[in-house]
Design a protein around this ligand. Structure first.
Ligand code: TYD
Length: 140
């Protein structure tokens, strides 16, 4: 589904038993990178749009460990796809250089973000026009 854009839904192993659910995510195994950083987002209103950037280097996996949200990804070349995150054992893999918006947060949404890199503001592209110029220059 929408693989052409580079983003991909992932399903993680569940090892639950009668005590409850357990979901395991190991770097370089369940996801294609080593985890250098985690952060999580909660308390965003249903009218809030977060993200609105692309990353030159970082790869991410986003998991709604509670509640739900949507992720819209664009490649700057006219392709876009919307993914719904609403199950704690599924996530979306986002390679570098995709534009991403997160929105439609449920009131109970807790969006866990796994990143391949430590935070570096310099690798964030926050201007959409600049992003479109960049990705189109790179392939011409
Ligand atoms: P921002 O990138 O706007 O968050 P989101 O993409 O989820 O909407 O980040 C908000 C602020 O937090 C911004 O000033 C950068 C800072 N920040 C860090 O210092 N470290 C981090 O790991 C992240 C994700 C953000």
């Amino acid at each position: 589904m929408s693989k052409h854009i580079g983003a991909q839904m992932l399903e993680f192993p569940q090892s639950g038993d009668e005590r409850g659910h357990l979901v395991i995510v190991e770097g370089m195994d369940d996801i294609p990178f080593n985890i250098a950083r985690i952060f999580y987002i909660y308390g965003s209103g249903s009218d809030v749009v977060r993200g609105k950037h692309a990353n030159r280097k970082s790869e991410f996996v986003l998991i709604n460990v509670a509640g739900s949200c949507k992720v819209k990804v664009k490649d700057g070349k006219g392709n876009e796809a919307v993914f719904v995150l609403n199950r704690p054992h599924t996530g979306i893999y986002l390679p570098p250089l995709l534009w991403k918006d997160m929105y439609d947060f449920s009131a109970d949404s807790v969006l866990l973000c796994l990143a391949s890199e430590h935070y570096d503001a310099a690798e964030y592209i926050r201007d959409y026009d600049e992003y479109v110029r960049m990705v189109n220059e790179e392939t011409t």
